[in-house]
Structures are given as C-alpha cells and as structure tokens.
Design a protein around this ligand. Structure first.
Ligand code: PLP
Length: 368
C-alpha cells in the first residue's frame, strides 16, 4: 500500500471527520499527544506508578505469554471470577476493558447523544467530554465547589442528562467528594440517567470521608463504577480496567465494545495483582510517605498543595502554569498538562523520592 500524505488522508476521511465534528488536526493527534520521556527525564506527568507491577503480576504475565496464540476467553472468565469474589458481586456485574478508558468511552457512546447530555465536573478527567461530541452529545461542565468536591446537587439538576460522570478521587485535583454527598446523589439523581463513578485512584485514599460507590451497585440499576489496573497496580502500559454495574447495563456497554479488546497477558497480571494485597498496601504507604515529603518541601517554597488522596497533587503557583510547565520541561521534568478551569494550578504525579527531589529543586530554581 502506498504511503498516504496527510492531505490524502484528510480527503479520504474528510466525510467521517466532518460528520464526527473532529478537526483533521485532532485526528492526527491520535498517535500520541504526550511528550516522550528520554532517558534521564523525570516523567511525573501521567499519574503512573513508577514502581510498576508486583512480582506476582510479572510472573503471571510471563507465563500467560505461552497462551498468546489463544483468544482470551478462559483468562477473562478467571479474572472476572476473581473480581466477583473481591467485590462480592455476581460475575455478570463485570465488564473488562482495555484500560478503564475503554469503559469510559463505551459509557459515553451508550448513554450520551442528541438530547442526552454528558455532565461532568470542571476540572475533571477529560475522557467523557472528549468522546461526547462524537455522539453529538452536549457537554455540561459543572465547576467543583470551594473544597474541590463535585457539586453533585448541581450536577443532578442538569436537565436531559444521559450520563453524569463523577471522578472520585478527582483527577486533576486529587480531592474527594465526601461519602454522604455521594450517597445522597445516588438516591436523588434521575433514574433514567447513567451515573458513572470513576474510581481510578480508589486504592490511594485514606480519608474516612470516602467510600467506594461499588458498594451500591446492587441497589442502583443506573450506576456504573470503573476501576483500573493502571495506578496502584502499576500496569498502565498493559491496558486493563473494568466496569461494575448491574447485568443489563453491562450488556449495553459490552454491545458497544469490540470483541476481546483485552489481552491475555494483562488479564493474567490483573488477576495476580488483585490477589497480592500486600503489593497494593505497600504502594499506598510508599506513595503517602513520598507525598508527605514533597508537601513539606513545597511548604518551604511557600506553596500549599490541595490535600491529596491520590498518587498526584495540585498546587497553586499563583501564576499561569503554561510557562512553568515549559520551564520545568526544559530542566528535564515533565509535569501534568494545564487544566483551564484552574489556570494557576500545576498537576504533579508523586514519583520516587529521587524524582520528587529533582522536581522540587527544578521548581525552586524557576522561582529563584
Ligand atoms: N480515569 C481517571 C480519573 C484517570 O486519571 C485515568 C488516567 O489517568 C483514567 C481513568 C484512564 O486510565 P486507564 O485507561 O489507564 O485505566
């Protein structure tokens, strides 16, 4: 097949791109919009876990490679059986995805469209707002409240909502929406609206003000909870996550997905990870210790991060973050992207102690 120029591609796909509301530039960005991290560069930009998977997960993935020639049916059944045990819910309440990102996309496609709005906080993880226009769905962004919690009361009042997305803890602020408010929201939100609670950072939380919405799936036919193996389990590159919901919703989501989108290595590693509770506990403790140290170092610089319940944090640097992100990149430190709703806040992943030392040193140098 001959190489196609960008113009050829634009001509070929022009119709589809126009119909979806996407610009050709956005389509071209699909390769990767993230900067590469050359050797020696500190990558604290994507909320990854710098310690990687547990040894048990690595061993399981290595072993599963010998089954790479087979479709992953048994591996999926085994993992789902483990998830069912873990969450004490029937196996029919689970759907695997190539990362929780896949589930977020399926939910947007399934529940949003013309006259069925996508409602999110602002700022929050952008996935739902990114996908909604493809389904011709209007996106309504409701600002976080003063405590950086979701304003669930306002979100529930948005008319004609197809899906309300609640990110708890929230990315990028690493803040919680307290459990009493989540409970009230689940009780009061319109029954015909899908409620998606994204718990990507669940395992890092230590506040008594939090509880997982997974506890409420059996009582709420419109609730979807998503989890990922990309964070505490250290497997962002393997691409695996899952949805928890009642079987009719799981079926709808599955219908929108591709067959067998999750690979056998990821499934085997995920199953081993869930069983290895010590690895998650150790990861949580290590993250909390490093985060406390970097918070102390930031305090010495006169900076006060938003209290964090995750493996990242946000700090108000009191000036637009764009130039600071660029200045840190020039010093070999890749931090998180800018979030327009909080234009003076910098998002930073909690890396290793050495990475954080390099970050605070570089930050101090930009302020000197
Ligand atoms: N949800 C939230 C809140 C995230 O921050 C991320 C990634 O950073 C994801 C979902 C996507 O995770 P993955 O697709 O790797 O499971």
């Amino acid at each position: 097949m001959p190489d196609l120029s960008r113009r050829d591609l634009a001509r070929l796909f022009g119709l589809g791109i126009a119909a979806s509301g996407l610009q050709p530039a956005a389509a071209a960005r699909a390769v990767s919009s993230k900067p590469r991290a050359p050797k020696g560069v500190v990558r604290i930009s994507s909320n990854e876990n710098p310690y990687g998977p547990s040894r048990a997960a690595l061993d399981a993935a290595r072993e599963a490679f010998s089954l790479a020639w087979r479709y992953p049916d048994e591996a999926a059944d085994d993992l789902i059986a483990e998830l069912a045990k873990h969450h004490k819910l029937p196996e029919r309440c689970f759907l695997l995805g190539a990362g929780s990102s896949e589930i977020l996309k399926l939910a947007t496609t399934a529940f949003c469209g013309p006259g069925r709005k996508a409602v999110t906080a602002d700022p929050t993880f952008e996935s739902i707002a990114h996908h909604a226009p493809v389904s011709s769905a209007e996106v309504v962004k409701v600002p976080l409240d003063k405590t950086f919690a979701h304003d669930l009361e306002a979100m529930a009042k948005v008319p004609s909502a197809g899906l309300i997305y609640v990110c708890n803890p929230n990315n990028p602020t690493a803040s919680l929406t307290p459990k009493a408010r989540v409970r009230a929201f689940l009780a009061d939100a319109p029954e015909r609206t899908a409620l998606l609670v994204d718990e990507a950072y669940h395992h890092y939380v230590d506040s008594p003000d939090y509880e997982s919405a997974a506890l409420f799936v059996s009582g709420h036919p419109n609730l979807i909870v998503t989890r990922t193996f990309s964070k505490i389990y250290g497997m962002a590159g393997l691409r695996i996550g899952y949805a928890i919901a009642q079987p009719p919703v799981i079926q709808v989501l599955a219908q929108h997905g591709a067959y067998d989108s999750v690979n056998v290595l990821a499934m085997a590693a995920a199953k081993a990870s869930i069983v290895d509770a010590a690895h998650a506990a150790e990861g949580k403790a290590r993250n909390a210790k490093t985060r406390a140290q970097v918070f102390a170092d930031l305090k010495k610089l006169g900076l006060s991060p938003i209290p964090s319940q995750a493996n990242f944090f946000m700090v108000d640097v009191k000036k637009p973050v764009g130039p600071l992100i660029a200045a840190l990149a020039a010093k070999g430190i890749q931090v998180g992207r800018a979030f327009p709703a909080l234009p003076t806040h910098l998002r930073v992943t909690v890396g290793t102690p050495e990475q954080m030392r390099r970050f605070t040193e570089a930050l101090a140098a930009t302020r000197a």
